[in-house]
Ligand binder design. Sequence first.
Ligand SMILES: [Zn+2]
Length: 176
Amino acid sequence: MDKSDFLIPLNGLPQGRSLSRTFVDRKFFESFENAEILDASLDISIETEKSGEYIGIDCRMSGNVTVACDRCLEPLVIPVDTVARLSVKFGSGTADEADMTDSGREIVRVPSDEAELDMAQVIYDYVCLSLPMRRTHPDGECNESVMKYLEHENVSAGNRKDSGNPFAVLEGLFGS
Ligand SMILES: [Zn+2]
């Protein structure tokens, strides 16, 4: 995993489709200071399609991430298989309705002199948003001794403060 693996060379992109693959692990999420994701192993495939002025990006993230179970706090492996479908637009125009319905793709606006698009933030946001709200082992598979301890201590894991709001990040990325 190299930072440059996530960069799409917008200027040097050939016409047609190109495919690149990379991989992210725990260190990737650590670099976003995400303490919720304890471990990760995700294959990333980025397919770009350039056709005239149009640049479309299909970024697929598949594998799994490990978080703490909401109930017993033991590691819980969650399978992830999600796709970000983006359409790159140059210039500063605001995202109007026509943009939003561009083949159902999310519009990414980049300055016209921008040579590269960094997919790291997109990958991070999509993986985080794909995780379920309720993260628990199937009934009966939680660590009972930890649960007994938690009950005894009257600590509810569900009351822990949420450390991050992934939607805020998305707004910063796509809102301007
Ligand atoms: Zn559990």
